[in-house]
Design a protein around this ligand. Structure first.
Ligand SMILES: NC(=O)c1ccc[n+]([C@@H]2O[C@H](COP(=O)([O-])OP(=O)(O)OC[C@H]3O[C@@H](n4cnc5c(N)ncnc54)[C@H](OP(=O)(O)O)[C@@H]3O)[C@@H](O)[C@H]2O)c1
Length: 372
Protein backbone atom coordinates (compact mmCIF):
# COMPACT_ATOMS: atom_id res chain seq x y z
CA UNK A 1 0.00 0.00 0.00
CA UNK A 2 1.09 3.56 -0.68
CA UNK A 3 2.95 4.70 2.42
CA UNK A 4 1.57 8.24 2.20
CA UNK A 5 -1.93 6.76 2.32
CA UNK A 6 -1.04 4.70 5.39
CA UNK A 7 0.08 7.89 7.12
CA UNK A 8 -3.00 9.83 6.02
CA UNK A 9 -5.41 7.04 6.99
CA UNK A 10 -3.85 6.18 10.35
CA UNK A 11 -6.26 6.60 13.23
CA UNK A 12 -3.35 7.76 15.39
CA UNK A 13 -0.11 9.20 14.08
CA UNK A 14 2.73 10.59 16.10
CA UNK A 15 6.45 11.12 16.57
CA UNK A 16 8.89 8.91 18.44
CA UNK A 17 12.20 10.26 19.77
CA UNK A 18 12.13 13.74 21.29
CA UNK A 19 15.74 14.75 20.68
CA UNK A 20 17.40 17.72 19.02
CA UNK A 21 15.99 17.03 15.57
CA UNK A 22 12.46 16.77 16.94
CA UNK A 23 12.79 20.12 18.68
CA UNK A 24 14.54 21.92 15.83
CA UNK A 25 12.26 20.58 13.11
CA UNK A 26 8.88 20.23 14.82
CA UNK A 27 6.98 22.57 12.48
CA UNK A 28 8.54 20.88 9.44
CA UNK A 29 7.60 17.48 10.85
CA UNK A 30 3.98 18.56 11.22
CA UNK A 31 3.97 19.88 7.65
CA UNK A 32 5.45 16.62 6.34
CA UNK A 33 2.93 14.58 8.33
CA UNK A 34 0.12 16.75 6.98
CA UNK A 35 -1.53 17.09 10.40
CA UNK A 36 -0.80 17.70 14.05
CA UNK A 37 0.42 14.50 15.73
CA UNK A 38 -1.99 12.64 18.00
CA UNK A 39 0.88 11.78 20.34
CA UNK A 40 4.58 12.09 20.91
CA UNK A 41 6.57 9.28 22.51
CA UNK A 42 10.04 8.64 23.88
CA UNK A 43 11.96 5.93 25.70
CA UNK A 44 13.05 8.32 28.50
CA UNK A 45 10.70 7.95 31.51
CA UNK A 46 11.35 11.55 32.60
CA UNK A 47 9.52 12.74 29.48
CA UNK A 48 6.38 10.64 29.96
CA UNK A 49 3.33 12.73 30.86
CA UNK A 50 5.05 16.03 29.98
CA UNK A 51 3.90 18.24 27.11
CA UNK A 52 6.03 18.97 24.02
CA UNK A 53 4.61 21.50 21.57
CA UNK A 54 1.27 21.03 23.32
CA UNK A 55 1.28 17.22 22.89
CA UNK A 56 1.48 14.83 25.82
CA UNK A 57 4.42 12.45 25.66
CA UNK A 58 3.23 8.89 26.11
CA UNK A 59 5.34 5.89 27.13
CA UNK A 60 6.12 3.05 24.68
CA UNK A 61 3.68 0.87 26.70
CA UNK A 62 0.88 3.38 26.06
CA UNK A 63 1.90 3.52 22.40
CA UNK A 64 1.60 -0.23 21.96
CA UNK A 65 -1.92 -0.07 23.42
CA UNK A 66 -3.06 2.37 20.72
CA UNK A 67 -3.84 -0.42 18.30
CA UNK A 68 -2.94 -1.52 14.82
CA UNK A 69 -4.04 1.53 12.92
CA UNK A 70 -1.28 3.65 14.44
CA UNK A 71 1.52 5.23 12.44
CA UNK A 72 4.77 6.22 14.09
CA UNK A 73 7.39 8.53 12.58
CA UNK A 74 10.82 8.12 14.17
CA UNK A 75 12.54 11.49 14.56
CA UNK A 76 16.06 10.56 15.63
CA UNK A 77 19.11 10.24 13.41
CA UNK A 78 19.88 6.58 13.94
CA UNK A 79 16.46 5.05 13.59
CA UNK A 80 17.42 1.35 13.54
CA UNK A 81 17.10 0.52 17.26
CA UNK A 82 13.74 2.27 17.67
CA UNK A 83 12.51 0.68 14.45
CA UNK A 84 13.38 -2.75 15.88
CA UNK A 85 11.72 -1.87 19.20
CA UNK A 86 8.49 -0.79 17.48
CA UNK A 87 8.44 -3.91 15.36
CA UNK A 88 8.83 -6.05 18.48
CA UNK A 89 5.89 -4.14 19.99
CA UNK A 90 3.82 -5.32 17.02
CA UNK A 91 3.64 -1.96 15.23
CA UNK A 92 3.73 -2.22 11.46
CA UNK A 93 3.24 1.34 10.19
CA UNK A 94 6.65 2.71 11.03
CA UNK A 95 8.31 5.59 9.20
CA UNK A 96 11.45 7.60 9.64
CA UNK A 97 11.96 11.29 9.11
CA UNK A 98 14.96 11.74 6.81
CA UNK A 99 16.98 14.87 7.49
CA UNK A 100 19.21 16.81 5.17
CA UNK A 101 21.68 19.71 5.47
CA UNK A 102 23.11 18.50 8.76
CA UNK A 103 19.70 17.63 10.12
CA UNK A 104 17.86 20.90 10.17
CA UNK A 105 15.80 20.23 7.07
CA UNK A 106 13.34 17.38 6.59
CA UNK A 107 14.07 15.74 3.26
CA UNK A 108 11.20 13.23 3.43
CA UNK A 109 9.27 10.81 5.59
CA UNK A 110 9.95 7.23 4.48
CA UNK A 111 8.29 3.94 5.36
CA UNK A 112 10.56 1.44 7.08
CA UNK A 113 9.52 -1.78 5.42
CA UNK A 114 10.66 -4.50 7.73
CA UNK A 115 10.67 -7.25 5.14
CA UNK A 116 13.08 -5.19 3.08
CA UNK A 117 15.36 -4.41 6.00
CA UNK A 118 17.14 -7.78 5.96
CA UNK A 119 20.94 -7.66 5.84
CA UNK A 120 22.23 -6.79 2.40
CA UNK A 121 24.66 -9.24 0.82
CA UNK A 122 28.29 -8.47 1.62
CA UNK A 123 29.38 -8.19 -2.01
CA UNK A 124 30.92 -4.85 -2.81
CA UNK A 125 32.62 -4.04 -6.07
CA UNK A 126 34.90 -1.09 -5.34
CA UNK A 127 34.19 1.78 -7.73
CA UNK A 128 37.44 3.55 -6.77
CA UNK A 129 39.93 0.85 -7.72
CA UNK A 130 42.77 2.35 -9.77
CA UNK A 131 41.54 5.91 -9.29
CA UNK A 132 43.70 8.64 -7.74
CA UNK A 133 42.45 10.15 -4.50
CA UNK A 134 43.85 13.30 -2.91
CA UNK A 135 43.28 13.50 0.85
CA UNK A 136 44.22 16.79 2.49
CA UNK A 137 45.23 16.59 6.14
CA UNK A 138 46.04 12.91 5.73
CA UNK A 139 48.85 12.71 8.29
CA UNK A 140 46.60 11.95 11.26
CA UNK A 141 43.05 11.78 12.55
CA UNK A 142 40.16 11.54 10.13
CA UNK A 143 42.17 12.17 6.97
CA UNK A 144 44.58 9.38 7.75
CA UNK A 145 41.69 6.96 8.33
CA UNK A 146 40.02 7.99 5.07
CA UNK A 147 43.28 7.55 3.12
CA UNK A 148 43.86 4.04 4.50
CA UNK A 149 40.28 2.94 3.81
CA UNK A 150 40.41 4.33 0.27
CA UNK A 151 43.69 2.47 -0.28
CA UNK A 152 42.05 -0.72 1.01
CA UNK A 153 39.41 -0.17 -1.67
CA UNK A 154 42.15 -0.08 -4.30
CA UNK A 155 42.46 3.67 -4.81
CA UNK A 156 45.89 5.22 -5.29
CA UNK A 157 46.54 7.93 -2.74
CA UNK A 158 48.04 11.42 -2.72
CA UNK A 159 48.49 12.24 0.93
CA UNK A 160 48.72 15.89 1.90
CA UNK A 161 49.86 17.53 5.11
CA UNK A 162 52.08 20.48 6.00
CA UNK A 163 55.33 18.53 5.63
CA UNK A 164 56.23 15.49 3.56
CA UNK A 165 57.66 13.84 6.69
CA UNK A 166 54.23 13.76 8.34
CA UNK A 167 52.75 11.49 5.67
CA UNK A 168 55.76 9.21 5.15
CA UNK A 169 54.39 6.44 7.34
CA UNK A 170 50.97 6.65 5.73
CA UNK A 171 52.45 6.42 2.24
CA UNK A 172 54.32 3.25 3.29
CA UNK A 173 51.13 1.79 4.75
CA UNK A 174 49.13 2.55 1.60
CA UNK A 175 51.87 1.10 -0.62
CA UNK A 176 51.83 -2.06 1.49
CA UNK A 177 48.15 -2.36 0.62
CA UNK A 178 49.14 -2.70 -3.04
CA UNK A 179 48.28 0.76 -4.33
CA UNK A 180 50.47 3.65 -5.44
CA UNK A 181 50.90 6.40 -2.90
CA UNK A 182 52.57 9.81 -2.98
CA UNK A 183 52.98 12.73 -0.60
CA UNK A 184 52.47 16.42 -1.13
CA UNK A 185 52.85 19.27 1.33
CA UNK A 186 51.52 22.79 1.79
CA UNK A 187 50.43 25.09 4.54
CA UNK A 188 46.87 25.67 3.37
CA UNK A 189 46.64 28.97 5.20
CA UNK A 190 49.36 30.35 2.93
CA UNK A 191 47.97 31.24 -0.50
CA UNK A 192 51.34 31.03 -2.25
CA UNK A 193 52.06 27.57 -0.87
CA UNK A 194 48.55 26.43 -1.71
CA UNK A 195 48.76 27.62 -5.32
CA UNK A 196 52.24 26.09 -5.66
CA UNK A 197 50.86 22.77 -4.45
CA UNK A 198 48.02 23.02 -6.98
CA UNK A 199 50.53 23.75 -9.75
CA UNK A 200 52.49 20.68 -8.68
CA UNK A 201 49.37 18.53 -8.64
CA UNK A 202 48.54 19.74 -12.13
CA UNK A 203 52.01 19.25 -13.60
CA UNK A 204 53.75 16.48 -11.70
CA UNK A 205 51.04 14.14 -10.45
CA UNK A 206 48.55 11.81 -12.12
CA UNK A 207 45.11 13.32 -12.82
CA UNK A 208 43.05 13.35 -9.63
CA UNK A 209 39.69 11.60 -9.66
CA UNK A 210 38.60 12.00 -6.05
CA UNK A 211 39.35 14.70 -3.47
CA UNK A 212 38.69 14.64 0.24
CA UNK A 213 38.97 18.24 1.41
CA UNK A 214 39.65 17.16 4.96
CA UNK A 215 42.44 19.34 6.42
CA UNK A 216 41.03 21.75 8.93
CA UNK A 217 41.80 23.77 12.02
CA UNK A 218 39.79 24.61 15.09
CA UNK A 219 41.80 27.02 17.23
CA UNK A 220 40.92 28.20 20.69
CA UNK A 221 39.77 31.80 20.37
CA UNK A 222 39.54 32.52 24.11
CA UNK A 223 36.62 32.08 26.49
CA UNK A 224 34.87 35.35 25.61
CA UNK A 225 32.95 35.00 22.33
CA UNK A 226 32.67 38.81 22.05
CA UNK A 227 36.43 39.05 21.74
CA UNK A 228 37.06 36.73 18.79
CA UNK A 229 39.43 38.70 16.58
CA UNK A 230 39.40 39.38 12.85
CA UNK A 231 42.61 37.33 12.64
CA UNK A 232 40.84 34.36 14.24
CA UNK A 233 38.15 34.54 11.58
CA UNK A 234 40.64 35.01 8.74
CA UNK A 235 42.83 32.10 9.89
CA UNK A 236 39.89 29.71 10.10
CA UNK A 237 38.41 30.92 6.83
CA UNK A 238 41.68 30.59 4.93
CA UNK A 239 42.31 26.95 5.92
CA UNK A 240 38.73 25.67 6.29
CA UNK A 241 36.97 27.50 3.47
CA UNK A 242 39.25 29.34 1.03
CA UNK A 243 41.75 26.46 0.61
CA UNK A 244 39.14 23.76 -0.18
CA UNK A 245 37.36 26.21 -2.48
CA UNK A 246 40.62 26.95 -4.34
CA UNK A 247 41.27 23.20 -4.59
CA UNK A 248 37.82 22.80 -6.15
CA UNK A 249 38.41 25.66 -8.60
CA UNK A 250 41.69 24.18 -9.77
CA UNK A 251 40.78 20.48 -9.87
CA UNK A 252 37.10 20.33 -10.82
CA UNK A 253 37.43 21.81 -14.36
CA UNK A 254 39.91 19.02 -15.17
CA UNK A 255 37.56 16.44 -13.72
CA UNK A 256 34.74 17.82 -15.88
CA UNK A 257 36.97 17.47 -18.95
CA UNK A 258 37.60 13.83 -18.06
CA UNK A 259 33.90 13.26 -17.26
CA UNK A 260 34.45 11.94 -13.76
CA UNK A 261 35.15 13.35 -10.32
CA UNK A 262 34.07 13.22 -6.68
CA UNK A 263 34.84 15.99 -4.19
CA UNK A 264 34.00 15.26 -0.58
CA UNK A 265 34.28 18.14 1.86
CA UNK A 266 34.69 17.36 5.52
CA UNK A 267 32.49 19.85 7.32
CA UNK A 268 30.74 20.00 10.67
CA UNK A 269 27.21 20.31 11.99
CA UNK A 270 28.50 22.41 14.90
CA UNK A 271 25.90 24.95 15.96
CA UNK A 272 24.96 27.36 18.73
CA UNK A 273 28.48 27.49 20.19
CA UNK A 274 29.43 31.17 20.20
CA UNK A 275 32.99 30.57 21.48
CA UNK A 276 33.71 28.45 18.38
CA UNK A 277 32.07 30.84 15.94
CA UNK A 278 35.17 31.47 13.80
CA UNK A 279 35.45 27.72 13.12
CA UNK A 280 31.67 27.24 12.71
CA UNK A 281 31.31 30.15 10.28
CA UNK A 282 34.25 28.93 8.18
CA UNK A 283 32.57 25.52 7.85
CA UNK A 284 29.25 27.20 7.02
CA UNK A 285 31.01 29.14 4.25
CA UNK A 286 32.35 25.90 2.78
CA UNK A 287 28.86 24.36 3.00
CA UNK A 288 27.35 27.32 1.17
CA UNK A 289 29.95 26.95 -1.58
CA UNK A 290 29.24 23.23 -2.02
CA UNK A 291 25.45 23.46 -1.99
CA UNK A 292 25.42 26.40 -4.40
CA UNK A 293 28.03 24.89 -6.75
CA UNK A 294 26.39 21.47 -6.92
CA UNK A 295 23.62 22.26 -9.47
CA UNK A 296 26.18 23.49 -11.99
CA UNK A 297 27.85 20.06 -11.92
CA UNK A 298 24.74 18.13 -12.97
CA UNK A 299 25.39 15.86 -15.96
CA UNK A 300 29.15 16.46 -15.83
CA UNK A 301 30.09 13.19 -14.10
CA UNK A 302 31.50 15.26 -11.23
CA UNK A 303 29.77 15.35 -7.87
CA UNK A 304 30.48 17.38 -4.77
CA UNK A 305 29.21 16.59 -1.29
CA UNK A 306 29.66 17.32 2.41
CA UNK A 307 30.37 15.07 5.37
CA UNK A 308 30.07 15.70 9.07
CA UNK A 309 32.36 13.12 10.68
CA UNK A 310 30.86 13.55 14.16
CA UNK A 311 32.71 14.52 17.30
CA UNK A 312 35.70 12.13 17.29
CA UNK A 313 38.80 11.54 19.38
CA UNK A 314 41.39 13.00 17.00
CA UNK A 315 43.91 15.69 17.95
CA UNK A 316 41.22 18.20 17.09
CA UNK A 317 38.35 16.44 18.88
CA UNK A 318 40.42 15.64 21.97
CA UNK A 319 40.31 12.60 24.26
CA UNK A 320 36.83 13.17 25.67
CA UNK A 321 35.03 13.13 22.30
CA UNK A 322 32.38 10.38 22.22
CA UNK A 323 33.43 8.55 19.05
CA UNK A 324 36.61 6.83 17.90
CA UNK A 325 38.22 8.06 14.66
CA UNK A 326 37.49 4.68 13.05
CA UNK A 327 33.72 5.37 13.25
CA UNK A 328 33.91 7.92 10.41
CA UNK A 329 34.13 4.96 8.03
CA UNK A 330 32.13 3.93 6.05
CA UNK A 331 29.98 7.10 6.23
CA UNK A 332 32.75 9.52 5.24
CA UNK A 333 33.40 7.53 2.05
CA UNK A 334 29.85 7.57 0.71
CA UNK A 335 30.35 10.64 -1.46
CA UNK A 336 33.09 8.73 -3.28
CA UNK A 337 31.35 5.37 -3.47
CA UNK A 338 27.78 6.13 -4.48
CA UNK A 339 27.06 6.20 -8.19
CA UNK A 340 23.69 7.96 -7.84
CA UNK A 341 23.15 11.70 -7.55
CA UNK A 342 24.94 12.85 -4.40
CA UNK A 343 25.55 16.36 -5.65
CA UNK A 344 25.15 18.85 -2.81
CA UNK A 345 24.27 16.11 -0.28
CA UNK A 346 25.27 16.09 3.35
CA UNK A 347 26.35 12.76 4.82
CA UNK A 348 26.49 12.34 8.57
CA UNK A 349 29.21 9.73 9.09
CA UNK A 350 28.00 8.60 12.51
CA UNK A 351 24.67 7.47 11.01
CA UNK A 352 26.60 4.71 9.27
CA UNK A 353 29.00 3.76 12.08
CA UNK A 354 29.14 0.01 12.57
CA UNK A 355 27.70 -0.77 9.13
CA UNK A 356 29.56 -2.58 6.39
CA UNK A 357 30.19 -0.73 3.13
CA UNK A 358 27.31 -2.40 1.25
CA UNK A 359 24.96 -1.76 4.18
CA UNK A 360 26.01 1.90 4.32
CA UNK A 361 25.52 2.33 0.58
CA UNK A 362 22.07 0.69 0.83
CA UNK A 363 21.11 2.87 3.80
CA UNK A 364 22.20 6.10 2.09
CA UNK A 365 20.23 5.21 -1.04
CA UNK A 366 17.14 4.46 1.05
CA UNK A 367 17.54 7.56 3.21
CA UNK A 368 17.83 9.98 0.32
CA UNK A 369 15.40 8.15 -1.95
CA UNK A 370 18.15 7.48 -4.48
CA UNK A 371 17.07 3.96 -5.36
CA UNK A 372 14.11 4.83 -7.56
N1 LIG B 1 37.55 15.85 15.24
C1 LIG B 1 36.29 16.18 15.25
O1 LIG B 1 35.57 15.92 16.24
C2 LIG B 1 35.67 16.86 14.06
C3 LIG B 1 34.30 17.17 14.10
C4 LIG B 1 33.72 17.78 13.00
C5 LIG B 1 34.50 18.06 11.89
N2 LIG B 1 35.84 17.76 11.89
C6 LIG B 1 36.61 18.09 10.69
O2 LIG B 1 37.31 16.94 10.23
C7 LIG B 1 38.51 17.32 9.57
C8 LIG B 1 39.69 16.55 10.12
O3 LIG B 1 39.78 16.79 11.50
P1 LIG B 1 40.67 15.92 12.50
O4 LIG B 1 39.89 15.82 13.74
O5 LIG B 1 41.16 14.71 11.84
O6 LIG B 1 41.87 16.97 12.75
P2 LIG B 1 43.39 16.70 13.23
O7 LIG B 1 43.50 15.41 13.91
O8 LIG B 1 43.76 17.94 13.94
O9 LIG B 1 44.18 16.60 11.83
C9 LIG B 1 44.26 17.72 11.02
C10 LIG B 1 44.94 17.39 9.72
O10 LIG B 1 44.94 18.59 8.92
C11 LIG B 1 46.28 18.98 8.64
N3 LIG B 1 46.39 20.43 8.85
C12 LIG B 1 46.14 21.12 9.98
N4 LIG B 1 46.35 22.43 9.78
C13 LIG B 1 46.77 22.58 8.51
C14 LIG B 1 47.15 23.69 7.72
N5 LIG B 1 47.16 24.92 8.21
N6 LIG B 1 47.53 23.47 6.44
C15 LIG B 1 47.53 22.23 5.95
N7 LIG B 1 47.18 21.13 6.63
C16 LIG B 1 46.80 21.30 7.90
C17 LIG B 1 47.16 18.24 9.65
O11 LIG B 1 48.41 17.98 9.05
P3 LIG B 1 49.85 18.27 9.75
O12 LIG B 1 49.61 18.85 11.10
O13 LIG B 1 50.53 16.92 9.81
O14 LIG B 1 50.53 19.20 8.83
C18 LIG B 1 46.38 16.96 9.88
O15 LIG B 1 46.67 16.01 8.90
C19 LIG B 1 38.63 18.83 9.77
O16 LIG B 1 38.19 19.49 8.61
C20 LIG B 1 37.70 19.11 10.92
O17 LIG B 1 37.20 20.43 10.91
C21 LIG B 1 36.43 17.16 12.94
Amino acid sequence: MNSRKILDDAQNAGFFGLGVQFHDCYRQLVLSLGREPDFVCDNAPDKWGKEFFGKRCISPAELSALGENTAVVITVRKYEDISRQLREMGLRNVFTACFDRGYDIIDSIRALEFEGMAEKPEIFESPVRGKWTLVTGASRGIGRRIAIEMAKLGSNIIAHSRTIDNTKKLVDECSALGVQAKSIAAELGNTDELERMLDDLENRFPPIDIVFNNAGISLACGPDPWRISAEDYLTHYSVNAVAPIRICYRLIPRMIKRGFGRVINISSTIQKRPAEMAYACSKAALGKFVVDLAPSLQETGVMISLVCPGYVRSDMGGPSAPHGVETVVPGALLGALLDCDVNGRWFIAQDYAGLSLPQAVAKAKFYYGLEE
